[in-house]
Write a protein that binds this ligand. Sequence first.
Ligand code: S5P
Length: 259
Amino acid sequence: SRKILSYRERGDLCQHPVAKQLFGIMESKKSNLAVSADLCTTAQILKLADEVGPHICMLKTHVDIISDFSAEFVQSLTELANRHEFLIFEDRKFADIGSTVQHQYRDGLFQIADWAHLINAHSLPGAGVLEGLKQVGLGKQRACLLIAEMSSQGNLATGEYTKATVKMAEEHQDFVVGFISQSQLSDNPAFIHMTPGVQLSGLGDGLGQQYVSPWDAVVTRRADVIIVGRGVYKDPDPATAAQSYQTAAFQAYQHRLTN
Ligand code: S5P
């Protein structure tokens, strides 16, 4: 491993308010853990968010799998985010032309731009996807992550595609604050690398998901943030599970700081 800047130092030198806030939370809560709340009712998500809230820097949602989404849910989740100090990341994976993603981000049932601090997008459509999202998100001080690599078996986000994605991010630093990836792709310390496909016990899920340990994600692959779904929410005691992932991932970060 290679010595790195602390989250605090990186927060000081990055420009985007959401990235600054995230690095600040990671430093103060000693957490580089994001929990993926892939549950299908608002009650389950709010309960999980309250239980794991003290241990996370970010909660990731898939709002289109919720059966009873409502404005009250958004309000409650925002209150929990404020109380426990975590950011909300809607994992919408925008992947269409600029004009369409603009509607998907701003309009419809979910009005994602009104409540999600962070969203993500595939680079597949070209820079138009970012231009469209930006017109909605910039005025609201929102941020975007580009999906540069995926965790799933046989995915096509490799090689030249990944390189072109990094270039696209560099050209849109007013909105793109980092990557969803499986490895460190940029030396720019302002970019945050977030890695899903992390579990302490499993190797896969039988549907193409591939897991690495928190240590491998942070030390070997140089992730800044680990994203854990089933490893936490399927556990009979999600709070204790989240604490285990928090400790494992933060110790891995501290190892990188000092080695
Ligand atoms: O490459 C990816 C990108 C994402 S955002 N692989 C992923 O698994 N994800 C998401 O991370 C996925 O949609 C899910 O919400 C989460 C992983 O969940 P887990 O239960 O396998 O930890």
